[in-house]
Design a protein around this ligand. Structure first.
Ligand code: SAM
Length: 232
């Protein structure tokens, strides 16, 4: 059984799409997509030899070598333009996801769905989408084994944020996620309670430090704390 996180990503893929899973590790996501009849074909990309071999082994062991092409290479280097409809990048930090998208941007021509699951720094990913002509179209948040995950979907088109200029400013929406903010689920609230706790302990540390250099940082932390307390 694959994780609830990967299943959630898999179930967001458009029916019949050709999918590239970048940083596929064991190729569990492509395996799920083919076995469930969601994707018509998959590419599993891996930059590291170990995970690339695990992916190839997994694909062979389930007899899907005809449907899942396991390729060794950096980011979007493993796909040709027009070869896939959906690109999934999951289980890495937001800054790595953004650098993969930046480096391979010309490979995204013809891609009609992005599924991005940053394990940290999702605001960086939302901002990248907005600045590169991608419309954030769905967001999910879930908790599994005590860890909270976010999944972002984008489609080409109108790069605006939903709910902007209603009650929230653009920066706040990028930070929280517009759909997540609108939905205001218990998992989202838990995530921000945790962030709040972390930041409060940083503030205590800073207050103890009494260094003049810490002044700027103190102000920054107080500002962010005020913002979060207001938000949740
Ligand atoms: N996508 C799977 C998931 O969400 O469960 C695996 C996540 S695993 C933590 C991250 C994988 O990304 C590793 O196997 C790593 O080798 C791969 N990776 C890191 N940077 C990459 C890059 N630039 N191109 C392709 N794969 C990369």
């Amino acid at each position: 059984e694959i994780s609830q996180r990967l299943r959630t990503i898999g179930d967001m893929v458009e029916q019949g799409h050709r999918v590239a899973d970048i940083g596929s590790d064991h190729a569990y996501l492509p395996t799920y997509l083919i076995q469930k009849g969601i994707a018509s074909a998959c590419i599993a990309g891996e930059v590291n030899r170990g995970p690339w071999q695990s992916a190839a082994r997994q694909v062979r062991s389930v007899g899907l070598s005809e449907r899942i092409d396991v390729r060794l290479g950096d980011g979007l280097d493993v796909i040709h333009p027009g070869e896939v409809d959906t690109v999934c990048i999951a289980g890495m930090g937001g800054s790595l996801i953004v650098s993969i998208l930046d480096k391979g941007i010309e490979k995204l021509a013809g891609v009609t769905q992005l599924l991005l699951a940053p394990n940290v720094a999702s605001p960086l990913v939302r901002r990248w989408l907005l600045e590169h002509g991608w419309q954030l179209s769905r967001e999910r948040i879930l908790e599994e084994d005590g860890v909270i995950y976010e999944i972002l979907e984008a489609i080409p088109g109108n790069p605006t944020l939903p709910y902007e200029n209603q009650e929230r400013e653009r920066e706040d929406l990028l930070e929280v996620g517009p759909y997540l903010w609108q939905e205001n689920s218990p998992v989202l609230r838990k995530k921000w309670e945790q962030e709040l706790d972390k930041l409060r302990s940083v503030q205590i540390q800073l207050q103890r430090a009494k260094k003049p250099e810490a002044e700027g940082k103190k102000q920054e932390v107080s500002k962010k704390l005020a913002w979060m307390e207001e938000m949740i």
